[in-house]
Design a protein around this ligand. Structure first.
Ligand SMILES: [Zn+2]
Length: 368
């Protein structure tokens, strides 16, 4: 979904962040024009209405820059900002896992709208408009009308975004607040459940009242909440993975006197990556596939595997797979042994850990 929601007509770029107008955005002025013409409205009114909508979206762009520029301060790049007819999407490279950083990045968006509303309010108040007695939305024209519109639009954007429908801003603020006390995974689960209920309310209310944009936003929130929850869950599963779950026990065992060619043949026959060297029942070390391949390339096919035997470190089955993997990368091991009382000798391959841990991908964009 996120890929579909990105890109379009490039508008401008600020601080290295490109702003795109999604092609579906064209539907919005088209819809306003069609509705205006069918209602018998004048072109002046239609163009004024389109102008007001564009002002709202300019505020949405500023809102997204609030997120993006705050993220930049925490060292998180924003790939781009895309403007859709239902709002803006700042595609952050990742959302920081530190709840405090997520909190500030998220809060910055609505705060931009609050600041614009505040400026409009002050400008109105100092221009001599009596804010208490004037029917603001109907009585005012020209500059004061525009300021009133800015005030109303930005207050609406501020309040709407604070609805805790994860992954909308309010939902993210909720998750980051929960995340200060709970594990991220649990905080996400709670925020997602609330978000989905609210998203359904948006859809039902939107269809019932004819506010179709709200219904569409509800559908997007519902889907986005699901995909974000899955991602966090997947990551939590990966982090919970233990070495014992990645151990290989169907091992090829050979004597140190076996030749490189024999070991290679045995290994390729069953698609293994390691040979356990055993001398009179005692474990001596491992021979790795890449070492055999190198020895064959050097013409040492008849040499015994004894000289290729490595004494790799051993690792507890209870250790987190992530920790073991980082150690392998750091110390340059292709495999480690892991022995437990019940199963005896096992081997953990870096290759296997890489595959199992690979589920941790970059985080999805942060919509709205
Ligand atoms: Zn936002």
């Amino acid at each position: 979904m996120s890929a579909l929601m990105r890109g379009g007509l490039p508008l401008f770029s600020f601080k290295g962040i490109k702003v795109f107008l999604h092609w579906t955005f064209a539907l919005l002025p088209a819809y306003i024009a069609i509705m205006g013409v069918s209602d018998g409205g004048s072109w002046h009114d239609i163009l004024t209405e389109i102008g007001y909508v564009l002002i709202v979206f300019a505020c949405v762009v500023l809102h997204e820059f609030g997120h993006a520029l705050t993220a930049q301060r925490f060292g998180v790049r924003t790939r781009d900002i895309t403007i859709l007819p239902i709002g803006g999407v700042a595609s952050l490279e990742r959302m920081p896992e530190d709840p405090k950083q997520e909190f500030w990045i998220t809060v910055a968006g609505p705060m931009v709208n609050l600041v614009i509303a505040g400026i409009a309010f002050i400008a109105l108040a100092t221009s001599g408009v009596d804010l208490l007695t004037t029917d603001l939305l109907n009585d005012l024209e020209g500059w004061t009308g525009l300021l009133t519109f800015l005030l109303a639009a930005n207050l609406s954007l501020f309040l709407f975004n604070l609805i805790p429908a994860f992954p909308m801003d309010g939902g993210r603020i909720l998750r980051s607040a929960l995340g200060m006390w709970l594990p991220r995974e649990k905080a996400t689960r709670i925020a997602t459940s609330i978000g989905r209920v609210l998203a359904l309310c948006f859809v039902v209310y939107g269809l019932y009242s004819g506010a179709f944009t709200l219904a569409i936003i509800g559908v997007f929130i519902f889907m986005a909440a699901g995909s974000e929850a899955r991602m966090v869950q997947q990551k939590a599963n990966v982090l919970a993975l233990r070495v014992g779950q990645c151990v290989r026990r169907d091992l090829i065992r050979m004597a140190p006197s076996a030749t490189v060619q024999d070991a290679w043949n045995a290994m390729t026959l069953v698609d293994h990556h390691v040979v356990v060297v055993v001398d009179q029942g005692l474990y001596r070390g491992l021979v790795l596939k890449e070492d055999l391949r190198a020895a064959l390339a050097q013409g040492s096919a008849t040499a015994p595997i004894a000289h290729l035997t490595q004494h790799v470190p051993s690792v507890e089955p209870e250790q987190p797979a992530m920790v073991a993997y980082q150690r392998m990368v750091h110390e340059g091991h292709g495999a480690m042994v892991s022995t437990d009382q019940i199963h005896g000798l096992g081997v953990v391959l870096r290759l296997d850990l890489e595959k199992a841990l690979g589920a941790i991908g970059p985080t999805a964009p942060a919509p709205r």
